[in-house]
Design a protein around this ligand. Structure first.
Ligand SMILES: [Zn+2]
Length: 67
């Protein structure tokens, strides 16, 4: 299942969402401020998302213990 990365247009918070169907995507809310219609980030641009650096700098092999 695809996981997409989004950035809230209101508070700039970045978060990942597991999208199971398109209806789910259309009702996305920012988990921090509950703002609607977050901006979808393409994987190429995900690194520019400064508030979340789990992809590159924190290079732990997927231990799954991230909370
Ligand atoms: Zn937000």
């Amino acid at each position: 299942m695809p996981i997409f990365e989004y950035r809230c247009r209101k508070c700039d918070h970045c978060f990942e969402v597991l999208i199971r169907n398109s209806a789910e995507e259309s009702t996305l809310q920012c988990p921090r401020c509950e703002g609607g219609e977050p901006e979808k980030l393409l994987s190429t641009f995900a690194r520019s998302c400064s508030s979340k650096e789990t992809l590159s700098s924190n290079c732990r092999p997927s231990s799954g213990g991230f909370s």
